[in-house]
Design a protein around this ligand. Structure first.
Ligand SMILES: C[S@@+](CC[C@H](N)C(=O)[O-])C[C@H]1O[C@@H](n2cnc3c(N)ncnc32)[C@H](O)[C@@H]1O
Length: 404
């Protein structure tokens, strides 16, 4: 470890001192899974859902996860660390939750996170980096008021800011459009740089920048997004024809009956062509004023964004065609995990899945996509540290060009 650097950052406790993090809204641990492989060590994790905390412990037994409500955690209980992460609840920011805003009961806990950062700063224990993650809808929520106030608060706490929008579909066959806010406490950053016009900073991100040009922006040098290697067929399980999870004749009749008209035509054409393929489907409808929900098929070899399976429209289905014969079933917990980038031969093969099917669907529905987080992390915080020559322990590094 570089002693000089440790003294500069104020963290001198142990071999991972320069790559230590505390994480809030830790869930089942996919932020942890994303960044631990760069040699980062978690010093503290918090999440008040006992089932998720158990899933977290199964993977990271050395971290004692704090299960208190973040609002009840005294700052004295938080260790000094180089990074603090918050993939905070999205309920109040998304359509499904009524877009109540960043001050509403669920998503508003992000302010507790920022209060902790402020208190740590007063105690001389400010993390050098912040990483926040949430749904892309945050960019436009209430004409941008939610993201604007969030960025202003992060800059008030002394951080230069980057903001990127990354869809997991570039890494994994899942459409999952997310924003990442990266904060860096470095007085040399945050000048008057122009936001580069790249794929991850187009349209809505640029609008945020244009409204908030006076903020201390720092634009990391991200490469082009990768070309995805994994297809839906790499992620979905092959179940035997007689597996009881395939729907019976009655449910299949319901499915055909409730397919969106255009989609029924498409599926009929595939049946006539005796196609062999797998596609995903979701139920949609109530918000468009229909009395019953209807099934929509995807046409792009992707799964739709995973969500916690609380209502009918948040459940996904697999539609399998074998020489024109159609079978349908619900998506499985193991497939949800793979769609978040764990449990695949090339991606976190040893990740321990939550034990029950329901816990897996809930845990992964709410989680982050590991290779997408790794990509963002590698090209921002990791590249910053590499430039200032703080080496990660070599034995814990992976070849992420292969992994992502
Ligand atoms: C979007 S999920 C984060 C998922 C996580 N990144 C993962 O990989 O599983 C938000 C998490 O915040 C937790 N949470 C919500 N309100 C909380 C509170 N008041 N205190 C602590 N945790 C809370 C939820 O239990 C949930 O796991």
């Amino acid at each position: 470890m570089d002693t000089q650097t440790s003294l500069e950052t104020g963290h001198t406790d142990g071999p991972f001192a320069d790559r230590s993090f505390i994480e809030f809204f830790a869930g089942i641990g996919l932020i942890h899974e994303s960044i631990a492989s760069f040699g980062w060590k978690c010093l503290y994790a918090n999440d008040n859902d006992p089932k998720k905390a158990q899933a977290y412990k199964n993977n990271f037994p050395s971290v004692e996860i704090d299960e208190r409500d973040i609002q009840k955690v005294p700052v004295e209980d938080l260790p000094a660390a180089q990074l603090a992460t918050a993939s905070f609840p999205c309920i109040d920011l998304s359509q499904a939750g009524g877009r109540k805003g960043i001050h509403a009961a669920h998503s508003g806990v992000v302010w507790s996170f920022l209060e902790h950062i402020e208190s740590l700063t007063k105690l001389g224990k400010a993390p050098k980096f912040l990483l926040l993650e949430n749904v892309a809808g945050l960019l436009t929520l209430h004409e941008g008021a939610s993201i604007d106030i969030l960025l202003h608060e992060i800059s008030r706490l002394g951080y230069a800011i980057d903001l990127v929008q990354v869809d997991a579909k570039h890494f994994i066959p899942q459409a999952r459009n997310r924003v990442f806010v990266i904060g860096v406490k470095d007085p040399e950053l945050g000048g008057s740089a122009e936001m580069p016009d790249t794929h991850i900073r187009r349209y809505k991100v640029r609008q945020v920048y244009d409204r908030n040009r006076s903020l201390p922006w720092h634009f990391f040098d991200f490469p082009d997004l990768p070309i995805r290697q994994l297809q839906l067929s790499d992620v979905l399980l092959e179940l035997p024809d007689d597996d009881p999870r395939w729907w019976d004749a009655e449910r299949m009749a319901y499915f055909w009956d409730h397919l969106e008209v255009d989609h029924r035509t498409r599926l009929n054409n595939l049946v006539k062509a005796k196609a062999t393929m797998r596609i995903t489907a979701v139920r949609r409808g109530r918000r468009r004023g229909l009395r019953e929900q209807i099934f929509n098929l995807r046409a792009d070899d992707l799964a739709s964004c995973l969500r916690t399976p609380k209502g009918g429209s948040s459940i996904q289905f697999v539609v399998q065609l074998t020489r024109g014969d159609v079978k349908v079933r619900r998506i499985l917990g193991i497939e949800s995990g793979r769609l978040q980038g764990v449990g695949l031969p090339s991606l976190s093969p040893d990740f321990v899945f939550p034990q029950s099917e329901q816990d897996a669907l809930f845990g992964f529905g709410d989680a982050v996509c590991v290779p997408a987080v790794r990509w963002v992390f590698k090209h921002s915080i990791e590249s910053y540290l590499t430039e200032v020559k703080i080496g990660a322990p070599e034995q814990t590094r992976m070849d992420f060009e292969v992994a992502v």
